[in-house]
Write a protein that binds this ligand. Structure first.
Ligand SMILES: [Fe+2]
Length: 202
């Protein structure tokens, strides 16, 4: 984490933007009129949350462990696991299933809790620490871009690009969607990249 970047969003701005985008998607899910639209939004929620969680686990949390209250970071890591388990269930589920809405709603509750804890506790502590949030923001943006490419490549080529048109995508946000099934190749690629990035972050 050596580089400084003038004018780019710092780590906290970038992660808060992720939080706002995914929160907006849960509202869209509740307002959606039909099952196909709900399935598409749920898929996009899972994709965005997967990328957000990986970025935080690979880069933010290792840096936070060195800078702020360890217990707060461990708690966030444990809570991430619960959300990831539910994301996997949603990705495997039939959107027509009776409990599909319930799973998405519970995931929304996890995310609201996650956002509240990070934005009211972890981020203020990070701001008071000596962590270089601009350099971390650069690394997060870079990793997010890599993950969007990797997960986007798993998407089928349906023409769904207008899905996120009402979100304000200032920071290099690739809106490929409709990738309900992330295949094994993508998982392997993520794991390999994760190793490298953990090393870099250490
Ligand atoms: Fe977060």
């Amino acid at each position: 984490m050596a580089r400084k970047s003038k004018g780019a969003p710092d780590a906290i701005q970038l992660l808060k933007k992720d939080h706002a985008e995914v929160t907006a998607l849960f509202t869209r899910y509740e307002d959606a009129g039909d099952r196909d639209e709900k399935a598409e939004i749920a898929s996009e929620i899972c994709r965005k949350l997967t990328i957000h969680a990986l970025c935080e686990e690979e880069l933010l949390y290792p840096a936070a462990h060195e800078s702020i209250d360890d217990d707060l970071v461990y708690q966030a890591e444990v809570e991430h696991q619960g959300a990831k388990d539910l994301i996997a269930r949603i990705e495997d589920a039939d959107p027509e299933a009776e409990n599909f809405d319930a799973m998405v709603r519970v995931l929304g509750e996890y995310v609201r809790h996650h956002v509240k804890e990070e934005e009211s506790e972890m981020f203020p502590q990070l701001k008071r620490s000596d962590l270089d949030l601009e350099a971390l923001g650069l690394e997060l943006a870079e990793r997010r871009s890599e993950l969007e490419t990797a997960l986007g490549s798993a998407a089928d080529e349906d023409d769904e690009a207008e899905d996120d048109e009402d979100l304000d995508d200032d920071y290099d946000d690739d809106d490929d969607d409709d990738d309900e099934d992330f295949d094994d190749d993508v998982d392997v690629e993520i794991d390999d990249d994760a190793e490298g990035d953990r090393d870099r972050a250490a």
